[in-house]
Design a protein around this ligand. Structure first.
Ligand SMILES: [Zn+2]
Length: 473
């Protein structure tokens, strides 16, 4: 092992991780090797392994079929009483009752809430319209970490060919019954466990009319100073399986993320341009984290995320953007290949082609794998210590070494830190160096040649999101 040997040979302390990796913990301000190690795999957490095993394609199928049974979940159907069993109000009530049933099974561990408001007329909203976001909170079990929030969301509203047709059937099995089902399934399996930080399972309305539900929710979170560390938006994650089609990849889910934060100030943009930070925003870090966690918990051959360096698909948008616009790290999950005959289309057959977003085109095993990636990410992050604060790289003089400083991770769960780095052209982290409970590290690697980040770790191998340093003179 190379770690710390030059500067501090007497202080070598080895930590065996269950995965078989050996890391050396270096004492404060130790010099590190220029090569570091490949990124060490964390030991899978048995609690998370058990939660993922409980994810059920059958439950996801039942959820999607139930959502479809409301005939339409169009946002503009919110004047149809829930008692009719049709329309978006009936769907919202059912989602709430489903959260209640999960909570009952865990001794009332979930707090179920609605965020109801009247959306004033705007694009695709012809008259004042009631919107209801439905969500469940699994409060963190550790007082010092419960204010940290991780959130998973899907939109439960649906649409067909005509944007404002609130009457015609719009089953929305894939778009976005599948994302709603992922949020619910994560709630069902994760509510059986306790996590130090808080997880919110959200389902929003108004997406198809213009992201109205998520925008309202994200603004509320910002106004109330919620400490949301990550948002996972699932939209069209049903893995469309059109009979006869050979172009779908049932092993891959795309993860879209913004590279430059939507809320970057002029001064921040100037720094991003100067230092090549276009690929280093917090949402992009979250996307990389998801890919890493997925590798630890799911056999990559069976299922893996494809990290796309793009905020969203061409001409499309989604609820993660609402969170980005309030300054939160947020990504979007979407199936590998969409079938546009099965989204935003009236249910019909024309020239032998079946149109419409029906459950029969959803691959429930695929959606279950997407739920597993989401649950593994949420559980890993909610088990991990908070990221280090105020991470900086010192730029006082012209030096080839790089000194990183940070403030200790708040919340008392940190036992160490990982300094990560990669070539500026590399898509993902390439090297890591483990340190103990220190707040400074000097790396014999030029900051001009690489991108650094610092990540908090705990004794069980949980890791926070990495934080890229800001320059400090
Ligand atoms: Zn959608």
């Amino acid at each position: 092992m190379k770690f710390c040997e030059v500067a501090m040979p007497k202080f070598k302390l080895f930590l065996a991780l269950a995965s078989g990796f050996w890391l050396t913990l270096c004492p404060a301000t130790a010099h590190a090797s220029s090569e570091g190690d490949s990124i060490p795999a964390a030991a899978p957490d048995p609690q998370i392994v058990a939660a993922l095993k409980a994810v059920s394609p059958q439950r996801i199928q039942q959820t999607i079929e139930k959502l479809v049974s409301f005939h339409s979940r169009h946002t503009l159907s919110s004047d149809v009483p829930a008692a009719t069993g049709k329309g978006i109000n009936a769907a919202a009530e059912w989602i709430g009752s489903e959260f209640e049933s999960y909570s009952k099974a865990c001794g009332g561990c979930l707090e179920i809430k609605t965020d109801e408001f009247t959306q004033e007329p705007g694009t695709r909203i012809p008259k004042p319209t009631k919107l209801t976001n439905v969500y469940a909170i699994l409060h963190g079990s550790d007082a010092a970490n419960a204010s940290r929030i991780f959130l998973v969301t899907g939109h439960y509203d649906s649409r067909n060919t005509e944007t404002n047709d609130a009457v015609g059937a719009s089953p929305g099995a894939n778009d976005d019954g599948s994302g709603t089902a992922v949020s619910l399934e994560c709630a069902r399996v994760l509510s059986k466990y306790k996590f130090p930080a808080t997880i919110i399972f959200l389902t929003v309305a108004g997406e198809e009319q213009g992201l109205y539900g998520s925008a309202h929710f994200a603004k509320m979170a910002k106004a109330q100073n919620w400490n949301i560390e990550a948002v996972l938006n699932n939209d069209i994650v049903g893995g469309d399986r059109t009979p006869g089609s050979t172009t779908q990849d049932p092993h891959t889910v795309r993860v879209f993320s913004e590279g430059i934060p939507a809320t970057a100030t002029e001064a921040e943009l100037k720094l991003i341009r100067a230092l090549g930070g276009e690929n280093a925003g917090a949402s992009r870090q979250l996307a990389r984290y998801i890919a890493g966690i997925s590798k630890e918990y799911l056999p990559a051959k069976e299922f893996h995320p494809l990290v796309v360096f793009r905020k969203d698909r061409y001409l499309r948008g989604g609820d993660h953007t609402s969170f980005n616009e309030q300054g939160f790290a947020a990504v979007r999950f979407t199936e590998y290949r969409e079938n546009y005959d099965h989204q935003h289309q009236n249910v019909r057959t024309e020239n032998g082609v079946e149109y419409g977003d029906l459950p029969k085109f959803v691959d429930f095993d695929y959606a279950a794998n997407v739920a597993r990636v989401n649950a593994a990410t949420l559980a890993s992050l909610a088990s991990a210590p908070a990221p280090p604060a105020k991470v900086r790289v010192l730029t006082k003089g012209l030096q080839n070494d790089s000194t990183l400083v940070w403030e200790a991770s708040p919340g008392g769960m940190a036992t160490g830190y990982l300094v990560l780095w990669r070539d500026t052209g590399a898509p993902d982290w390439e090297h890591a160096q483990a340190f103990g409970n220190v707040t400074q590290a000097t790396m014999p690697v030029s900051k001009d040649n690489v991108v650094f980040a610092v990540q908090t770790t705990d004794a069980k191998g949980h890791r926070s999101l990495p934080v890229v340093p800001a320059p400090e003179r």
